[in-house]
Design a protein around this ligand. Structure first.
Ligand SMILES: [Zn+2]
Length: 67
């Protein structure tokens, strides 16, 4: 699920993964600073969930196509 820029509404491909990895980023269209700094615990939980998903994918990639 990608979100547009919160200021100018242009699609800059914001999604949860990007926000977690880049909590503070700049819109290339309107130069606004987007600050998504979230609670550290939430970020850790999300990172853990992402790596769990990667582990599951690796485990089953030989038999299942996740595309
Ligand atoms: Zn913008």
């Amino acid at each position: 699920m990608a979100l547009p820029c919160l200021s100018c509404g242009k699609d800059i491909g914001l999604d949860l993964t990007f926000i977690i990895k880049n909590p503070i980023s700049k819109c290339p269209f309107c130069d606004i600073i987007l600050n998504f700094t979230v609670d550290k615990d939430i970020r850790n939980k999300f990172s853990k969930a992402l790596s769990d998903i990667e582990d599951i994918k690796k485990k089953y990639e030989k038999t299942t196509n996740f595309k």
